[in-house]
Structures are given as C-alpha cells and as structure tokens.
Design a protein around this ligand. Sequence first.
Ligand code: ADP
Length: 199
Amino acid sequence: MLRIGLTGGVASGKSTVAALFAGLGVTVIDTDRIAREIVEPGRPALAELVRALGTVILGSRGALDRAALRRRIFADADARRTVERILHPVILAELERKSREAGGPYQLLVVPLLVERNLAGLVDRVLVVDCDPESQIERLIKRDGETRESARAMLAAQAPREARLAAADDVIQNDGEPAALAASVATLDRRYREMAAQA
Ligand code: ADP
C-alpha cells in the first residue's frame, strides 16, 4: 500500500487538502483524530494518563479535560514527557492498525507533527502543505479567534517552514484562493495513483 504523509504548519490548510483527497476516493487517516479516540472514556491510555497525572485531568463525567491536561503539562517538562511516552506509541500502533485495515487506491496519513517527531519513515512520500506564515497567522485569527501574538507563538513552537520543505517529496502551495487547491490535489492524485499501480 502506498502511504503518503500529509503535513504542514498549523492552519496551513491540511484539513482542507485532506478533504479534497477524500473527495476523490482516497483513504484518509487522521492522526489528530486517533489522538482523541485513544483517550476516550474506558480506553487504556486514559487510565494510564490518570495513573501518571492524577484525576485533575478528568472532567466531571470521567472524560479527559483537555484544558486541564494542557494546564498540567504547560510548565512541567517531565509531565509533558510522561504524556508523550504514554500516548505516542499508542497513536502509532493505532495508525498502523487503521492503515492495515483500510483499503483504498493509496492512503493519505495526516500527521501534523511529522517533521517535529521525525516520522517520515512511517510513509513512502511526504506531502507538505506550504504557505506564507503571515497567511497562517491570518487564518488562526479568523478560524480560532487567536490574537496575533498567540498565533505567532503557535508558529514559533513548530518546525520552521524551511525544515518542513526540506522533508518534502511533494509540496502543495496554499497561498492563493482555496479553489486553486482542487487542481493541485487532482494532479497529485493522478501521480499517486500511477505510483500505487506501479508498486
Ligand atoms: P490545518 O488543518 O492545516 O490547520 P485548515 O485546512 O483547517 O488548516 O485551514 C485553516 C483555515 O484556513 C480554515 O479555516 C480554512 O478554511 C482556511 N483556509 C484554508 N486554505 C485557505 C486559502 N487558500 N485561503 C484562505 N483560507 C484558507
């Protein structure tokens, strides 16, 4: 199975691009979604987080309180490492399982932190959604109501644009109109289908 890793900075347009691929019949597997699913009530990873960090990370109905978890690890590097040690292997195992079980002409694995976490080895090719950081900041302000300062801080916490581009086999430029994306996606989809057929 040909596996394409889709990555890009925050608000670069990953979800928009992934939806376009899905619309063409491509299997899309989303790491952010997996990261949410594995900590649903009753899942072992949630129990492990509670054992490590205490019930302060739970909301009133026993579900993970993400804001409380963020507060808990904000200024505590040890706690952050603990959370990563618990969750990352489970996320990767689940990604592998979903990929094995899903079919498709080829698969698009959406991995926002592919470059930061050095995960290029998971996939056959890395597709980067690239755009001007100023566009990301504008989109964060518009989509999430971030302030310019908080949006800048979010970008600064991620790999720089250059590092992401250095890891890319393919790049989708997303600085223009959203409508222009469909054509770029269709072109790549044709290439990926050819590659998958030859593999
Ligand atoms: P990501 O998944 O990388 O965080 P999204 O696909 O959610 O990014 O896009 C971020 C926001 O920017 C969304 O609100 C989306 O509708 C918008 N957006 C995406 N591409 C463009 C574009 N080319 N021009 C303007 N807005 C865009």
